[in-house]
Design a protein around this ligand. Structure first.
Ligand SMILES: [Ca+2]
Length: 312
């Protein structure tokens, strides 16, 4: 049975590749819907970009919803410096033809979880956790219905990317992240610690291009664009491709290793706001609340991505 998921996302080139990976894997994953959230760029763009990506996959039937347009307690911080003005800069993509759903993304999450049996729906947040936290606040009963939350966010060894102490998704809405990490729902975290071990090197990018398909070329052009910024910043051989790790985990959990540990979110400090205080070394007696990944089989991850994108 394919695993039922809701993708909560702020596309974003790496979000886009994650969505393609999910839509290319129907034997493993059933995408019940995609909820957009403000993050990399404002909500009107993430909601539009999510639809562009569905159309790249040839799936205009996928339901896309707009969720929250701002974090719970702070003004929105965006990342056009990484993703470009549209959030999806790189290849020229047409305006989407498919409609945005009328329902609010948060209500779609709530209604879907209430309609399904407990333990049947996995939430896959790829951006700030505003939609998920808002759903949990509005409908606390859904917490026990969620099978698992598998999210991209945070860091321990890599510490931060948007500030010296914080990863972007958590930094944008730390109050939302705090609600999610305290929810009692089983959580799997894909932090910078693993995404920085899986860089899109030249040959890996070329493998997408050489698929000879439109989706292959588009993925290569997205990662070309996305890489410019990170190569300059890190001086590395390529850029991390963060969000597809979440979907890859659902398909091939054996590609990842981690520890079940306590993770708390810093919400108070001006200096370290949005930090994921991960007890990797288990030096406290705080109860474990998350499976925090630390290792990835990078070659296996890119082989999976290339094989699945080739199907589109
Ligand atoms: Ca994202």
């Amino acid at each position: 049975m394919p695993r039922k998921i809701i993708i909560d996302t702020d596309p974003g080139q790496d979000d886009a590749v994650a969505i393609l990976l999910a839509l290319a894997s129907p034997e493993d994953i059933e995408v019940l819907g995609i909820t957009a959230v403000a993050g990399n760029v404002p909500l009107d763009l993430t909601a539009k970009n999510a639809r562009k990506v569905c159309e790249v996959a040839g799936r205009p039937d996928v339901k896309v919803f707009a969720g929250c347009d701002r974090p719970l307690a702070h003004t929105l911080v965006t990342a056009e410096h990484v993703h470009g003005k549209t959030g999806l800069d790189g290849p020229d993509l047409p305006e989407p033809q498919m409609e945005l759903q009328d329902q609010h993304g948060v209500d779609f999450i709530i209604d879907t979880l209430r309609a399904e049996a407990a333990g049947r729906v996995t939430l896959c947040p790829l951006g700030p956790l505003t939609n998920i936290a808002t759903a949990l606040q509005k409908a606390p009963d859904i917490a026990e219905k969620v099978q698992e939350i598998v999210l991209m966010g945070g860091a321990y060894f890599q510490v931060g990317n948007i500030t010296p102490a914080a990863e972007f998704n958590i930094y944008v809405d730390p109050e939302a992240a705090d609600i999610v990490f305290k929810s009692g729902i089983p959580i799997v975290v894909m932090p910078l610690d693993i995404t920085h071990k899986a860089l899109v090197t030249g040959p890996r990018n070329e493998a997408f291009r050489q698929l000879g398909t439109d989706p292959g070329r588009i993925v290569a052009e997205w990662t070309d664009f996305f890489e410019r910024f990170d190569k300059e910043k890190y001086g590395s051989a390529g850029a991390p491709l963060h969000d597809p790790t979440v979907i890859a985990y659902l398909i091939r959990p054996d590609l990842f290793t981690g520890r079940h540990i306590n993770v708390e979110i810093e919400t108070k400090s001006d200096l370290t706001r949005g930090m994921t205080v991960a007890d990797w070394w288990r030096v406290t007696d705080r109860a474990p609340n998350a499976m925090f990944m630390g290792g990835i089989d990078a070659d296996g991850f890119f082989a999976l991505l290339t094989e699945r994108i080739a199907r589109l």
